[in-house]
Ligand binder design. Structure first.
Ligand code: PLA
Length: 444
């Protein structure tokens, strides 16, 4: 297991470094060596240009490319067969209802967000008949999508939990390290993906969790693991659960793709429900970006399942103290859309159908790409394309091959070889297959 070092310098370290650079400039100036600061020079003259984000920066590069054949398979954002972003019909319908309801006002929401939204979100992930819901054991707060939910949860843990080490899978979504480091947690990794089998390294995972210090926090992807598309089977989840509980580790689920993996909201929540149903505690960060297509609305929830109802209310009171100085209270529009859909039987039904169509289209793209590579007799075993789950295929292409595909074919993807299947369409599959074929046959 590795301790992560990326962006781990503390705020105090950073202030010290800025101060020493400033002092060096002042001393230089006082000694007449160089006059780097004049009354007109910026006080931020020493600020270095930061690199683009490894995922969102792919879109920045894509936008600059004038090629008509360019293809953005970087960020995980759903596109239609026509390559267009999709607003779900059920979301349009809910928005119409909201606009027509003149009793609605624009007052601040409470710090914890919209009450209905919180209750319905907890039910969606845990199941309406969950003992945790029935026993009022869950503290839920509305947050700024999945990222904000992870951030609030991390901040709460840094303040109120005795263990400050969090284990994240290797590999994982790139932002996890930064979110947890920034909250002051120490990030370590556990083995997850085996590049040889392109599957789960269950033994490595269990060994690493087995040797983690008692009480350590463990980040788990609820379903559709990003970037690998490799999920544990239910039997493996049970092994993981037993290990986590026997070592008194604290599970923190990141649920960014409920409904996107299998097309079923229930099936994709099974891992979380196993843990929430065993009486132990757990954290869940939920996002509605992908499954309701509400990316830019920034709507999500953090739920903390506690052992007693009394603890849950105290936990909620402390979550308010975390949120208030960060952003005071969350935005109203996205959460209103979600609760309008979740509380109306017909809209809910319509949503599940639209979700199935999106998940189904992604699964079809897997099949198309697999067939296209077989038709080209592209060297290599490409079965993982159809075996992997969720929005992404972890192709196994290396950095040089990715760079080649971007340079020669205008295909934009992250450097770890991940492609967003949701950005692909029947029309663009042949172009991608040509690019992969050329990359594996010409770039070693
Ligand atoms: N957790 C995981 C595992 C994710 O993949 C993402 C999004 C999030 C949380 C956060 O999503 P949200 O804040 O928008 O709700 N990952 C994307 C986008 C889809 C991104 O990097 O921000 C990705 O392309 O990996």
């Amino acid at each position: 297991m590795n301790s992560s070092s990326s962006s781990s310098s503390s705020p105090a370290d950073r202030r010290l470094s800025i101060l020493s650079r400033h002092l060096a400039r002042t001393i230089d100036r006082d000694q007449g060596i160089t006059i780097s600061a004049s009354p007109t020079s910026s006080v931020f003259a020493d600020v270095l240009r930061a690199p683009e984000d490894p995922i969102l920066g792919v879109t920045v590069a894509y936008n600059k490319d004038p090629s008509p054949v360019k293809l953005n398979l970087g960020v995980g954002a759903y596109r239609t067969e026509e390559g267009k972003p999709l607003v779900l019909s059920v979301v349009r319908e809910a928005e119409k209802q909201l606009v027509n309801d003149c009793s609605r006002v624009k007052e601040y929401l409470p710090i914890v967000g919209l009450a209905d939204f919180n209750k319905l979100s907890a039910k969606l992930i845990l199941g309406a008949d969950s003992p945790a819901i029935l026993g009022n054991l869950v503290a839920t707060v509305q947050c700024l999508s999945g990222t904000g939910s992870l951030r609030v949860g991390a901040e709460f843990l840094a303040r109120h939990y005795y263990q400050h080490t969090i284990y994240i899978p290797n590999p994982t979504w790139g932002n996890h390290v930064k979110i947890f480091n920034l909250a002051g947690l120490t990030v370590k990794t556990y083995r997850y993906y085996d590049p040889l089998t392109r599957g789960l390294n269950i033994q490595g995972l269990l060994d690493d969790l087995g040797s983690a210090p008692s009480g350590a926090i463990v980040l788990l992807h609820a379903c559709a693991h990003n970037p690998t598309g490799v999920d544990p089977t239910l039997e493996q989840w049970e092994q993981i659960r037993k290990m986590i509980r026997s070592k008194s580790l604290l599970p923190f689920f990141d649920s960014a793709y409920q409904g996107f993996a299998s097309g079923s909201l229930e099936q994709d929540a099974q891992s979380v429900r196993m843990f929430a149903g065993d009486g132990g505690e757990c954290f869940i960060a939920q996002s509605y970006a992908k499954n309701m297509g509400l990316y830019g609305e920034r709507v999500g929830a953090l739920s903390i399942v506690c052992r007693t109802a009394d603890v849950a209310t105290r936990v909620e009171s402390q979550l308010k103290l975390v949120i208030r100085p960060m952003y005071s209270s969350p935005p109203i529009h996205g959460a209103s859309i979600v609760s309008t859909i979740l509380k109306d039987r017909n809209l809910y039904q319509q949503w599940t159908l639209e979700l199935k169509v999106m998940a189904g289209r992604i699964i079809t793209m897997r099949k198309h790409l697999f067939d296209a590579l077989r038709a080209r007799e592209t060297p290599g075993d490409w079965n993982h394309i159809i075996k992997q789950i969720g929005m992404f295929t972890f192709t196994g292409l290396n950095t040089k091959q990715v760079a080649f595909m971007t340079r020669e074919y205008h295909i934009y993807m992250t450097f770890d070889g991940r492609i967003s299947m949701a950005g692909l369409s029947s029309r663009t599959v042949p172009h991608l297959a040509d690019a992969i074929h050329a990359a594996v046959t010409t770039v070693v």
